[in-house]
Design a protein around this ligand. Structure first.
Ligand code: FES
Length: 161
């Protein structure tokens, strides 16, 4: 049997475990394109979707879950706030259409498991910061910046008239 760890290591992101509570007061950001200008509150998650620069905030653990991949996944967040993100398999780690790049805040996400890594190996435009939107869960308060790849944006533009 040949080890498969070399293949998986390309997409694994080393997630640093840090203290969970930022010491900033509660504060909410409204509007687009200002994701990094203000700090989120103590239990606030702030997610910015690029390239649109749309920022959404919510209280960690309080997002309504509507079966959009794993609970509080990037896909779950996007669809809760009306941000289109393709998810052809329904968030079951069986396609790569929810592929996104994590530009900032990877330490606030769940670690990638083997199923996600195996699936990502089939994705176009694979980068070291690639994740599947339906599998990458936001696990603690803080900021996350996500870029939706161009081919997914093309899909979005076809969906929205
Ligand atoms: Fe298919 Fe995420 S929606 S893998």
């Amino acid at each position: 049997m040949a080890p498969a760890s070399g293949r998986r290591s390309r997409v694994h992101i080393a997630l640093a475990r840090e203290n969970e509570e930022p010491s900033m007061p509660e504060e909410k950001t409204q509007g687009a394109g200002t994701a990094t200008a203000e700090a989120p509150g103590e239990n606030t998650v702030q997610v910015t979707f690029l390239p649109e620069g749309k920022t959404v905030t919510f209280e960690n653990g309080k997002l309504p879950y509507e079966d959009h991949g794993k609970e509080q996944s990037i896909l779950d967040v996007a669809l809760n706030f009306g941000i289109p993100l393709d998810h052809a398999c329904g968030g079951n780690c069986a396609c790569t259409t929810c592929h996104v790049w994590i530009k900032d805040g990877a330490e606030n996400l769940s670690e990638m498991d083997d199923d996600e890594a195996d699936r990502l190996d089939m994705a176009a435009d694979l980068q070291l910061n690639s994740r599947l939107g339906c599998q990458a869960q936001i696990t603690k308060p803080g900021k996350v910046v996500v870029e939706i790849p161009a081919w997914n944006r093309n899909y979005v533009s076809e969906e929205q008239h």
